[in-house]
Each structure stands twice: as structure tokens, then as C-alpha cells.
Design a protein around this ligand. Sequence first.
Ligand SMILES: [Ca+2]
Ligand SMILES: [Ca+2]
Length: 330
Amino acid sequence: MTGSMIVSRAVAATVGAVAAASATAAALAASHSAPPAPRLVLGVEDQYPTFSPDGRWIAFESRRADGVDHIFKVRSDGGGLMRITNGLEDDEAPVFSPDGETILFARRLGEGRSAHLDIFAVDPDGGNLRNLSQTPDASDDHHKFSADGKLIVFNSSRSTPFSSLSEQDLAAYGWNYDIWVMNADGSGQRPLIELPGWDTYPSFSPDGQSLLWRRVIETADRNSEIFIATATGDQPRNLTDHPAFDGYPAFSPDGEWIAFASNRDGDGNTFRLYAMRPNGSDVRRLTDPSAGVEDVRPAWSPDGASIVFNRDEGGDSRLMIVNVAAALDR
Ligand SMILES: [Ca+2]
Ligand SMILES: [Ca+2]
């Protein structure tokens, strides 16, 4: 924890909560010390942080400007805040391309029954905006580039178009998302995973050999699992197989770890970050927020030393960074 960065009452409260949670965790864990306290980067309704390829910037979505979600970027030390998109629509979940030349995000389009998300690309300075997915009758989001920058993997509801659904189905978001892939320019859109239920939040492993995603098998108790398959979607396998929520999976840059969020420990209302090996073994706890706080949406720094994530508490979302080596080596 960098004490000199703490400037606001909200931050001080967070620090106090982190210290208290760490003390509790230390008391609970007989053989392991508590995870290191994360550092606050920024924190007013800021969500879905991801690093730039050079590790200097964090892109994220935020309602901080005018109550509409726009894409911003900020340096990892919390300085240099810059707004990238300026539309009237909500823009969500930005990610940089591996060459740093493009930011992908999802834009909310349409009203009522035709409300949906399409995947857009924009230059980091806000120019050259274009719609890559263009599916007015379905939602596409949670897009990620492959490590070579040639492919974009994403989840889509297009196999059950909104126009085919009842109001009740629509209220449940159609109850089917599948995993799709397209070329970096939006061409060649094709499915990788077509299974019943929600299949979302996909990414490829750094070596391009595996596909990682979150799969909801049952709706009760917020349970979901982290699945892995070949890059073509074959041989899907459940890595978590736990009655708790397990989601937001993210491969480390060296492919040795998968970070994820889960409410598996405690009362079910507290979400911590964990890491596991790509075969699902060796699960380690990376953060210990106070009760009722949700640590979610982890994204690795390019050098694998840090994870930026959301700490959601009391309707607000903050961007936090945890030292991964310190968390794994305890
Ligand atoms: Ca599905
Ligand atoms: Ca689970």
C-alpha cells in the first residue's frame, strides 16, 4: 500500500477495510499469510479495467462524466485521465489490441425490444470509430483479441435473435449466449461454442491453443463455472466445478495461471480474486476484501506482475491493483 497516494476519505475508508479484511484473513488462514493489500488507482463508478500492451495505461468504462458510460484511460499511477468516447450511448468493457493501435468496446444501441450491444473499434485518441459486429437483432460483447491480434473472440446472443423471443425470455436476456470469433476487421464471424445456456466472457490462451470462458449451467444461487476448450471450441472441460459463482477468467501473459473471481469462501456475498493453474489445480486466493465487497473483473499487466480489477462496494466501483507475485508467493 502506497500511503502517499491516499488523498480522499473514501480511499482512507477502503484502506481501513482492506487492513481489517487482511487481519481477518490472516486469522482464518492457518498455513498462509493474508494476500497483500491492493492499491487504489481511481474510483468513481469505474469498471472493466484493462492494461495497454506497454503497461502504462489502463482503459476502463465509467459514468463519472455525465451518468452515461464512456470509455476512458488513465495511467496506472492514477494520473493523466483521458476520455476516449463521447457518444450518447453507453460504451462498455474496453480492451486494447496487442499493438496498442486499437481499443475495442461494446456500445449499447436501440431501444426497448431492440436494445442490444455491438462491438466497436476506435483509435486510442478517439478517432476512426467503427462498428465491427453489426448485429441489430442480438447482443455482442466481452470481446478479447488473440495474442497475435488477428482474431477477436466474443459472446453473442445471435443464435436466439431477440425477435424470436417472448417478453419473458427477453427479461432473462434470452437465456442463450454463445462464443463467437471474428477477424480483427469484423469479417469472418463464426461460432466456436454453441451450447444451451449462457456462455460468456471468452478469451484465448496466450499461445492461442485454448479457449477460456464462463459458463452458466444452472440459474440458481448465481452458480457458474470456468470452462476451457481447444481454440476451435472442442473438448470443453469444467475447471472449477464448484457450487459458487466462478467467473471473469483471465490467463496470465505467460499462460501459467488463470485469475478469476468467486464467492466460494464466506457468506456468498463477498467476491474475492483467485488464481489457479490452467488444469484447475492449485487454487490460491489473491485478495481479501471486507464482507459484502465484490472484487471482480481481473486483468493482468503485460509483464504479469500486477492485476488490475474492480472493487465494487455500496454501488460504487473502484479500480485497484494487486501485486501478483506477492499474492502467489506467500
Ligand atoms: Ca450458449
Ligand atoms: Ca461454480
